[in-house]
Design a protein around this ligand. Structure first.
Ligand code: FAD
Ligand code: NAD
Length: 476
């Protein structure tokens, strides 16, 4: 095997593997180095997203939502079920088999596309050389015209609640629990805390979520955040805001978590504690001295808008660089870089990155929040449409939530769309396209939407921005 490549990608997660595939599609000789190992020791491509993030969490969210609906909601449809029981081992093996199929899929795509898969550790050396240490310990030096760093991120550990892998755990362990904890504590009411808190709540855990900030989902449009807090609290998530964790001690009877809030010192005891307070860029042993790339004060690899590091031929993409830590953001960066390397056009529109929280109801957003638009000083209008007035949502028995569309008063340009409701993560795609094309609310108003569908709620929210909604009272 030749050890000289056009492109070496270090990291085979959702930022790295698309970079490798696109570079190969562009006719370049490509290798992708990835060191991921699962809890059972097996190596797999796909990174955090496929092995321990997006995919397993969505598999469990789907299973647990079905379980919850069967027990709580089916009777409304006139369907009576008895003897409903949880089989957690089957639920977990379904999750594991989805992950395996997806990660095997990447290996198959590499094979079909002509990407050389290298499983082990990669380290950038001076002169665009890369040291590769295979999982079996063999060491080789490779060279490339271009190196793409896509080493991802890792969970942040709290000094006051260090992981022990059993009782105080990270999100990966929390996806693979073999029993439903009676009392579950979660530190951090962010995306992971709410998604995993929902999974285990639906299976019967008493869930307490401790959030340091006084505001819930502080970066979200606050009208959505208020609705989300109402819905999630109604489902039994005990979300405590302004709670600063001061310690966590593992005892025989459980994990004793101490925190302070507005009322003073507090203490709870839980069986399992998930720490989900964010992720940090992961660059351990990635950059040799003299390689020409150094991380910034927060640990990120500094890059420009096109993911160039500043060192000739070295690029970095995904969670290890600035911007939201989202799989699709990394994917678009990887593809952009592979196209730029091949001399083609490449661009990422950082103003149109969708973000989805897969709770029930789902929360999906793109563009500016009302708070951000207000702070910018630009005059704006808001269209709101509740799912209560949408026929398909009624049929689905999923009427909680609304679509909120914000458009500029001066030229009607859509500035942001925020959805809380059924399949919001699917509905947001239309809004992303609208932002991508700099659409106006009138463009959406004049676009026909099939009836009865949830997409009509997006259409009606656009109409509501001009107080012309047909199916709701134009209050705002
Ligand atoms: P990673 O996926 O972390 O991949 C990096 C890869 O590089 C890993 O395989 C790692 O082992 C490897 N690597 C690192 N250093 C080296 C080295 N020196 N040599 C060789 N290999 C190396 N995002 C979404 O968009 N949607 C979701 O629904 C979603 N759900 C999530 C749920 C959870 C529980 C978690 C934890 C995250 C979730 N995310 C989600 C975030 C998403 O997983 C990340 O944004 C995404 O995985 C980042 O992709 P990446 O390729 O940059 O890094
Ligand atoms: P996050 O940033 O979404 O949330 C972390 C929360 O923890 C914040 O609300 C923060 O205020 C709080 N916090 C921080 N320190 C704390 C402390 N000491 N005590 C109490 N609360 C504290 O991070 P996350 O939920 O860990 O997720 C990590 C990353 O993974 C995010 O960037 C997210 O984008 C990504 N992710 C995405 C999805 C998705 O797209 N559906 C799902 C899961 C994860």
């Amino acid at each position: 095997m030749a050890d000289a490549y056009d492109v070496i990608v270090v990291g085979g997660g959702p930022a790295g593997y698309p970079a490798a595939i696109r570079a190969a599609q562009n006719g370049l000789a490509v290798a992708c180095i990835d060191e991921w190992r699962n809890h059972d020791g097996s190596a797999a491509f796909g990174g955090t997203c496929l092995n321990a993030g997006c995919i397993p969490s969505k598999a469990l969210l789907e299973s647990t939502e079905l379980y919850h609906r069967l027990r709580e909601e089916f009777a409304v449809h006139g369907i009576r079920a008895s003897g409903v029981a949880l089989d957690l081992p089957v639920m977990q093996s379904r999750r594991a088999s989805i992950v395996k199929k997806m990660t095997d899929g990447i290996a198959a795509l590499f094979k079909a596309g002509g990407v050389t898969p290298l499983q082990g550790h990669g380290r950038l050396l001076p002169g665009r050389r890369v040291e590769f240490v295979a999982h079996d310990g063999t060491r080789r030096e490779l060279t490339a015209r271009h190196v793409v760093l896509a080493s991802g991120s890792a969970p942040i550990e709290l000094k006051v609640a260090p992981f022990d892998g059993k009782r105080i755990i990270d999100s990966w362990d929390a996806l693979e629990l073999g029993a439903v904890p009676k009392r579950l504590g979660v530190i951090g009411a962010g995306v992971i805390g709410l998604e995993l808190g929902s999974v285990w709540r639906r299976l019967g855990s008493e869930v307490v979520v401790l959030e340091a900030l006084p505001q819930f989902l502080a970066t979200l449009d606050q009208q959505l955040a208020r609705e989300a807090l109402r819905q999630l609290t109604r489902q039994g998530l005990d979300i405590r805001l302004g709670a600063k964790v001061t310690g966590a001690r593992v005892k025989d009877e459980g994990v004793e978590v101490s925190y302070t809030d507005a009322k003073g010192d507090q203490r709870i005891t839980v069986d399992t504690l998930i720490v989900a307070v964010g992720r940090r860029p992961y660059t351990q042993d990635l950059l040799a001295p003299g390689a020409g790339v150094e991380v910034d004060a927060r640990g990120f690899i500094p890059v420009d808008d096109h993911c160039r590091t500043g060192a000739e031929g070295i690029w970095a993409v995904g969670d290890c660089v600035r911007g939201p830590m989202l799989a699709h953001k990394g994917k678009e960066e990887g593809v952009m870089v592979a196209d730029l390397i091949a001399g083609r056009y490449g661009e990422v529109n950082y103003r149109a990155i969708p973000s989805v929280i897969y709770t029930a109801p789902e929360i999906a957003t793109v563009g500016a929040t009302e708070e951000q638009v207000k702070a910018s000083g630009r005059a704006y209008k808001v269209g709101l449409f509740p799912f209560l007035a949408d026929g398909r949502a009624r049929a689905l028995e999923a009427t909680a939530g609304f679509v909120k569309l914000i458009a500029a008063e001066d030229n009607d340009e859509i500035l942001g769309v925020h959805i809380i409701g059924p399949l919001a993560g699917e509905l947001i795609a239309e809004a992303v396209l609208a932002l991508e094309y700099s659409a106006s609310s009138e463009d959406l108003q004049r676009t026909m939407h099939a009836h009865p569908t949830l997409t009509e709620a997006v259409h009606e929210a656009a109409l509501a921005a001009d107080k012309r909604s047909i199916d709701s009272i134009n209050r705002r």
